[in-house]
Write a new protein. Structure first.
Length: 113
């Protein structure tokens, strides 16, 4: 794992199968240094985020379950709506980049304890 410095914040990067990933939790740490996962969770609750993720999956993932994502589009943005990378992947058969990043974050959190 490598890091890149952006506005005095270290952002972890990772290469898996020639694909580059960045840690959105590290980016969120600029907004909330104590609980950056809350920033990510709030981002995943937004209707625009869910619509963007769905569009990306429709373009790049032939196995994406678009019909299964319809209720998520309707719920997104409401006060009761919650989303995690794992739920997104399991519900829609999304490509697992988000889940990979979530697992990396979980491992790092365990190592930090």
């Amino acid at each position: 794992m490598q890091t890149v410095n952006v506005k005095n914040t270290q952002i972890r990067t990772l290469k898996i199968n020639k694909e580059d990933y960045i840690c959105i939790t590290d980016i969120a740490r600029q907004k909330n240094p104590v609980e950056p996962k809350d920033v990510v969770k709030n981002w995943l609750r937004l209707k625009n985020t869910i619509e963007y993720l769905g569009l990306w999956e429709k373009l790049y993932n032939p196995d994406f379950k678009g019909v299964e994502s319809d209720p998520l589009y309707q719920e997104a943005g409401s006060n009761a709506f919650t989303m995690s990378p794992t739920r997104w992947v399991e519900t829609t058969n999304a490509i697992e980049q988000m889940k990979v990043l979530e697992n990396i974050e979980d491992r790092k959190l365990l190592m930090d304890k």
